[in-house]
Design a protein around this ligand. Structure first.
Ligand code: NAD
Length: 351
């Protein structure tokens, strides 16, 4: 196994690992550990080149620094990528080698599940390093993140409603949700319990119809759904849904959904601002899962009560983001970045 450091400006440590025996070709990037050890998932993708993989791991690890800083998880930002075909490359030996690579960071990088990585793979990683999260509850892990993400979204929706119409009372308000899956469904049920009327759509229309019948949601076709009048639009399916085509047609006061990378490009946050639509930045409102994992890796270990209380702070985090956006007259997306940088700077100053 050969581990080589790659110097990248603005990153604490980036390294490549090649292991001929198992076929492992991987990169780990630790962007910043000012606020704590760098946590971020491991993904396995058939990148066409190492440059493409490097671009991805650098972008994603920096994103994790910002996400954790705003969420106050006590973690920094990192990420790892394995280059290869998920259908043919995987083996327990490969993941044990990956564990040794992670171990070489001495706890500065902690891994978790991401694209094409499952619990069985993480179990193999765990044989050679203890710096792994997201194993089963029985192993002291924080378990499935989706319920925590949903709870955080609901808290974020409260802050967003206050920003959009001055109250977190959802009575008589309409929420239009795209994607009613592991996060969307519990989030929808919390909004409904708080008095909102739910209009849902899903690429799996029959599934949406079944949910509609079971829970009393109105169901609409996915195609063109974003034009429907509502108070909150909650994209909970996929990324890039907010773009040049959809934003001019939105008929809502606010956007508050769990989907990652919901803006096609960062400039789309300005388009939302110009239209007077309050946008809850995706990585701020959907941070419940990472907050939960932050409790798992804390010195005290996992504690559900502590985790729930921390997830509920997503309400305060979004209030802070909206305050910075108003203070500096910038988009909420830019404001969340500024808030993250301010928190990291403050920690550096007192270190
Ligand atoms: P999921 O797969 O359980 O649910 C997604 C739902 O969206 C499914 O019902 C699916 O049929 C539907 N869907 C998929 N593609 C669609 C499309 N193109 N148009 C309409 N509907 C579509 O996933 P999830 O765990 O609920 O995650 C939803 C989103 O939230 C993803 O973007 C994910 O990255 C993000 N997210 C999830 C978590 C978490 O804890 N699970 C945390 C942070 C962010």
């Amino acid at each position: 196994m050969e581990i080589t450091e790659i110097q990248v400006d603005g990153y604490e440590k980036v390294a490549r690992c090649r292991d001929d025996e198992t076929g492992l070709h991987a990169l780990i990037a630790v962007h910043d550990t000012t606020l704590g050890p760098a946590l971020g998932g491991m993904r396995l993708l058939p990148y066409v080149s190492e440059d493409e993989a490097l671009f991805d791991v650098l972008r994603l690890s920096k994103g994790m620094t910002y996400k954790s800083a705003v969420a106050q998880t006590g973690l920094g930002g990192g990420k790892s990528v394995i280059i290869g075909d998920p259908a043919t490359l995987k083996s327990p030996a490969l993941f044990r080698a990956m564990g040794r690579f992670i171990e070489s960071f001495g706890g500065k990088y902690i891994t978790a599940e991401d694209m094409n990585i499952g619990i069985a793979d993480l179990n193999s990683v765990h044989e050679t390093t203890k710096h792994v999260t997201g194993l089963s509850r029985e192993e002291g892990s924080s378990g499935n993140p989706s319920p925590y993400t949903a709870r955080g979204c609901f808290q974020g929706a409260r802050a967003t409603a206050e920003e959009a119409w001055g109250s977190d009372d959802f009575t008589g308000r309409t929420v239009l949700m795209q994607g009613v899956g592991a996060v969307g469904l519990p989030y929808a049920l919390m909004l409904q319990k708080a008095g909102a009327k739910l209009i849902i759509c899903d690429i799996n229309h029959d599934y949406a119809l079944r949910l509609g019948a079971e829970h009393g949601f109105e169901v609409v076709p996915d195609s063109g759904h974003y034009k429907i009048e509502c108070d909150i639009y909650a994209p909970c399916a996929r990324g890039a849904g907010l773009n040049d085509e959809t934003i001019p047609e939105l008929n809502c006061k606010a956007v508050a959904g769990c989907a990652n990378n919901v803006l096609l490009e960062e400039r789309h946050a300005n388009m939302l601002k110009e239209r007077g639509i309050v946008y809850a930045p995706d990585y701020v409102i959907n941070a419940g899962g990472i907050i939960n994992v932050g409790v798992e890796v804390s010195p005290e270990g996992y504690n559900e009560e502590v985790a729930l209380a921390k997830v509920d702070r997503i309400y305060d985090n979004l209030k802070a983001v909206y305050a910075v956006a108003r203070r500096d007259n910038i988009s909420t997306h830019e404001a969340s970045g500024r808030l993250a940088e301010e928190r990291i700077e403050a920690a550096r100053a007192t270190a």
